[in-house]
Design a binder for this molecule. Structure first.
Ligand code: HEC
Ligand code: HEC
Ligand code: HEC
Ligand code: HEC
Ligand code: HEC
Length: 222
């Protein structure tokens, strides 16, 4: 008996939402398919380099994926675990070491343009020390604002934890991220995409385990 009410309320809500959506220039998400969307990021961060060549695990940086609704983005601190020492590509750093050796002097620090943006965001100067020229270092921080690639409409409920726990791989939904220089939206994120997988997963299981991925409207809609 509950279902028709949920559905009617949902459709009325969506119609109202649609009007708001059309009238709001704030929404970046266009109606329809955003497959292939690959916005430019504030730092040219490469998954191919970090996740494939350097073999860093997805959840080293997206540690919330197994625990919460959102996979989340790594804080600049997580980058600094390595970039405190790696201030440019190995090739460039190596060249300076050789040059300094030949010239019998100490190697100078080399900082790549892209990593300079990371240090700026952390308020670090040329020596990678907190810059003292500002009254409070916190004021000079320019937080990294990653541009979201995936954007479900507000009326859809999605939860990473349930999928990760059921054994669905990141790549099943996001594609071969480890081969991407710039992340792009791999799947359609349409309702059909979600529902078809829920039907398939319930019928055939995920990695040999049986699952119960619901098709109820209220599973994915508030
Ligand atoms: C060294 C840290 C790091 C590792 C390792 C990493 N990521 Fe990321 N990931 C990021 C950062 C930073 C962003 C935001 C910038 C961007 O989109 O490239 C991001 C963005 C993403 C996005 C886009 C999210 C959105 O909608 O905006 C997806 C999907 C993603 N990562 C999946 C993965 C997967 C899958 C793996 C493992 C194969 C992985 N990441 C490994 C740091 C990392
Ligand atoms: C069942 C499909 C599915 C799986 C599996 C999945 N994701 Fe996602 N991911 C999505 C969807 C859908 C969104 C957009 C969510 C939204 O807009 O609220 C998303 C968004 C993201 C984002 C953007 C930030 C956020 O949390 O909204 C990151 C980063 C990300 N995923 C990384 C990962 C990583 C890493 C894994 C594996 C550990 C993973 N995802 C597994 C479907 C999936
Ligand atoms: C586990 C270590 C590690 C972590 C964590 C890490 N990186 Fe890196 N990153 C590296 C290494 C090593 C290189 C240099 C590889 C090479 O020689 O080209 C690199 C290269 C880069 C470069 C290219 C530098 C250039 O100009 O050539 C950028 C940009 C970058 N990382 C950004 C980030 C950001 C942003 C984060 C955090 C989201 C991050 N990295 C996290 C190890 C790491
Ligand atoms: C790769 C197949 C797949 C795709 C694609 C997929 N799901 Fe799922 N979904 C599952 C599985 C498997 C489960 C876990 C069922 C279980 O725990 O028994 C699940 C569970 C869920 C749950 C239940 C969470 C809970 O707390 O019980 C929600 C909500 C959900 N999915 C929403 C979505 C939405 C929204 C989309 C599309 C944006 C989506 N799913 C796409 C396979 C998928
Ligand atoms: C497994 C998750 C899931 C389930 C179950 C689900 N939906 Fe959806 N629904 C979505 C997603 C994701 C979208 C957003 C599609 C988009 O942005 O293109 C959506 C969009 C919609 C829309 C907006 C119009 C459209 O098609 O884009 C309506 C109406 C709708 N759903 C109704 C329903 C009804 C009624 C049910 C139950 C019979 C239901 N949904 C069950 C995930 C789901």
């Amino acid at each position: 008996m509950r279902q028709p009410y949920v559905t009617v309320a949902l459709i009325v809500g969506l119609l109202a939402g649609g009007v708001l959506l059309a009238g709001s220039a704030m929404r970046l998400r266009l109606p329809g398919n955003q497959q292939g969307y690959a916005p430019e990021q504030p730092i040219a961060f490469s998954h191919r380099l970090h996740a494939d060549e350097l073999q860093i695990h997805c959840q080293y940086c997206h540690s919330a994926a197994g625990e919460s609704r959102h996979a989340g983005f790594p804080a600049a601190d997580a980058c600094m675990r390595c970039h405190k020492f790696v201030t440019a590509s190995f090739n460039v750093m190596q060249k300076e070491v050789q040059k300094a050796d030949a010239e019998k002097r100490q190697p100078l620090p080399v900082v790549s343009d892209q990593l300079r943006k990371l240090y700026d965001a952390m308020g670090l100067n040329e020596k990678l020390e907190p810059s003292g020229d500002s009254p409070s270092p916190a004021e000079s921080l320019k937080p990294l604002r990653w541009v979201r690639v995936h954007n479900l409409p507000d009326y859809v409920y999605f939860d990473h934890r349930a999928h990760v726990a059921a054994g669905v791989t990141c790549q099943h939904c996001h594609g071969p991220v480890e081969s991407m220089q710039t992340v792009e939206q791999f799947s359609t994120l349409s309702m059909g995409w979600c529902v078809n997988c829920h039907r398939d997963a319930t019928a055939h299981g995920v990695q040999g385990k049986s699952v119960d991925a619901s098709l109820d409207c209220a599973t994915c809609h508030y």
